[in-house]
Design a protein around this ligand. Structure first.
Ligand code: 3PG
Length: 210
């Protein structure tokens, strides 16, 4: 499946760092119940790959991707665990080559016009805009739209309930990513209901924008 097909109609990708494997399945279920079935499990914790495997096996309706992919072999490890897409904070030639030849469609990170041009040259027109807030926010994406009209962005980094609609209203933004729908405190407390509520609020905000 291509990234475009996979993410069609998905306005928000929760970005998750799962510390305790036992949290993976209830957290994923809470997000799916709130209307956010496409999840990015970042490779920032030792539990990440097992979390992908558990969600893939046990959470009906979830589509699991891997995040914080830095090296080509991260793609293979994540695909073996059951991930169906990959997200990276940036892009290297090695990673681009591996992704284009490999098992998982990649959403590579870009922050500047040169990085966006490079991503396009390497074959990626759908990219992450990271770190979105620090790299100029919605104003930066508005400014690059006329010069890189074929590029489509998923802003991530500092996206929140307060600003997600502003990003999604831009014609060159196809979704946003962020951790605000699954706050660490709610995960630690096992407050899955709070996470379902945050997810459905995000879906509601996205619908108003669409
Ligand atoms: C990412 O991993 O893409 C971002 O660090 C998530 O950023 P956020 O925590 O500001 O949403």
């Amino acid at each position: 499946m291509t990234l475009e097909t996979l993410l069609k109609g998905v306005p928000v990708i929760p970005v998750l760092a799962i510390r305790d494997l036992a949290q993976a399945v209830p957290l994923a279920r809470a997000l799916v119940a709130g209307g956010l079935p496409v999840l990015e499990i970042t490779l920032r914790t030792p539990a990440a790959l097992e979390a992908i495997r558990a969600i893939k096996g046990e959470v009906e309706g979830a589509l699991v991707g891997v995040g914080t992919v830095l090296r080509p072999d991260d793609l293979d490890r994540a695909a073996a665990a059951g991930a169906v897409f990959a997200v990276s904070p940036g892009l290297t030639e090695d990673l681009a080559r591996a992704a284009l030849a490999g098992p998982l469609p990649l959403l590579p990170g870009t922050a500047t016009a040169s990085e966006m041009m490079r991503a396009r040259e390497l074959g990626f027109t759908a990219v992450k805009f990271f770190p979105a807030a620090q790299a100029g926010g919605p104003a930066a994406l508005k400014a690059v739209a006329p010069v890189l009209p074929e590029m489509r962005f998923c802003p991530t980094g500092g996206v929140s309930a307060a600003n997600m609609a502003e990003y999604l209203a831009l014609p060159n933004v196809f979704c946003v990513g962020g951790s605000w729908v699954a706050p660490d405190a709610a995960i630690a407390a096992g407050d899955w209901h709070a996470i379902t509520v945050l997810a459905s609020e995000a879906v509601g905000r996205a619908v108003k924008t669409a």
